[in-house]
Design a protein around this ligand. Structure first.
Ligand SMILES: CC(C)(COP(=O)(O)OP(=O)(O)OC[C@H]1O[C@@H](n2cnc3c(N)ncnc32)[C@H](O)[C@@H]1OP(=O)(O)O)[C@@H](O)C(=O)NCCC(=O)NCCS
Length: 178
């Protein structure tokens, strides 16, 4: 086991006071990999706006944000975003990002499992969905391992580094329809 694997990682829900750290994490992951929707332009919001966003998540029944921390540094983020609109508030959009240094240690699997458990206990979420670049085989492997199915391919779903790429729409149903 490497020194990094021996480090204790904390997983907890995000707090409004995490705003600056969350933006730093988005900035770093968007530069480390072309797999994110946000690119070199960065998150484009201020820490104050992010703080309000985190306060809203805290008060919402279909929004959730989990952080993984190594010491004080946010090394992973996993989110469910739901709409306030009654007709689609049962749909949660899943997002996840982990700093490259921490890939391949099982953290992505752990965080997606935690999101599924939260969705199952929410009583509101009946469908988790996400979009992922077709070339992102690692992420697709994690999602399929945890019960997500590919529903559609969105041709030219994203443009990275001047190249149009296929994007896959995936979903996982949660609980019974009622
Ligand atoms: C995708 C991501 C969340 C995965 O997190 P992770 O911590 O590396 O994932 P894990 O270590 O839990 O699992 C990786 C799995 O992928 C497998 N894997 C690695 N490379 C692979 C490849 N090229 N093809 C298929 N599977 C692969 C591993 O063997 C492992 O499978 P196993 O658990 O069955 O042994 C992480 O790499 C990441 O944040 N990437 C950048 C952002 C991103 O792509 N987000 C998703 C956008 S939709």
């Amino acid at each position: 086991m490497s020194e990094k694997e021996a480090v204790a990682i904390t997983i907890r829900t995000a707090l409004p006071s995490d705003a600056a750290g969350v933006l730093d994490h988005i900035r770093q992951t968007s530069l480390e990999t072309g797999f994110m929707t946000v690119g070199a332009e960065g998150p484009g919001i201020t820490p104050e706006e992010e703080k309000r966003h985190l306060e809203n998540i805290d008060e919402s029944e279909n929004n959730f944000l989990l952080l993984a921390l190594d010491d004080e540094i946010i090394i992973g983020m996993a989110s469910i975003k739901g709409s306030a609109s009654p007709k689609i508030k049962h749909i949660g959009e899943l997002g996840i990002s982990i700093l490259k240094e921490y890939w391949g240690m099982g953290l992505g699997t752990l965080l997606v499992k935690d999101l599924i458990e939260w969705a199952e206990s929410s009583q509101v979420i009946k469908r988790l969905e996400l979009t992922v670049q077709k070339r992102n085989e690692r992420a697709i492997h994690v999602y399929e391992k945890l019960g997500f199915e590919q529903e559609a391919i969105m041709k030219r779903g994203v443009k990275d580094d001047g190249v149009y790429l296929d994007v896959c729409l995936m979903s996982r149903l949660i609980g019974e329809a009622d």
